[in-house]
Design a protein around this ligand. Structure first.
Ligand code: ATP
Length: 150
């Protein structure tokens, strides 16, 4: 394994979302966003909800994620075990928007059960992360300059 690259695996309970050797990784943890470069110190941290960015040899990949764990091993392997994760291109914006509205409406109702309240606010944050990622990705695509045609 090259020491100049990070060996990343992003996994959810359902599937392996992404596996590649990359140059740099940024992701949200319970301590704030961290950026990981090759030869990073070993670390275990809690994954928060938000955006994972991966810098590949050419280009970048973006994912929305919710909670979980990240482990950085001494050999540069990075295991990201996420409760949920989707590539920006996979996110169904209309579905996330509907789910966000449903969660917000539920939160406005009189919820007496604390467990239910926590579950709904977690769901809301998950949908907000999806929406931020898919909208940012869409704006980036529409801002790509058109090639000159003369
Ligand atoms: P919804 O709230 O949309 O009715 P859900 O509550 O089942 O769905 P989650 O529990 O957050 O949603 O996720 C369940 C699965 O569906 C996961 O595999 C997740 O990656 C996928 N998923 C959920 N929302 C979206 C979305 N907007 N676009 C793409 N995949 C999604």
């Amino acid at each position: 394994m090259s020491k100049d690259l990070l060996h990343i695996q992003l996994t959810t309970p359902e599937r392996t979302v992404y596996k590649a050797d990359v140059k740099e990784l940024s992701l949200p943890t319970s301590m704030g966003e961290i950026t990981v470069l090759p030869n990073h110190i070993p670390l275990i941290a809690a994954l928060a909800q938000g955006e994972i960015r991966v810098r590949e040899a050419v280009g970048e990949k973006i994912f929305a994620c919710s909670g979980g764990f990240i482990e950085i091993k001494p050999d540069g392997t990075v295991m990201i075990l996420a409760d949920n994760a989707e590539r920006a291109e996979e996110i169904d914006e209309a579905r996330a928007e509907t789910a966000r509205q449903r969660a917000e409406a539920l939160m406005k109702e009189k919820i007496t059960d604390q467990v239910e309240y926590v579950a709904i606010s977690t769901k809301l944050e998950r949908e907000l992360a999806r929406l931020r990622v898919v909208r940012k990705h869409r704006n980036r695509r529409t801002n790509i300059p058109r090639p000159q045609t003369s």
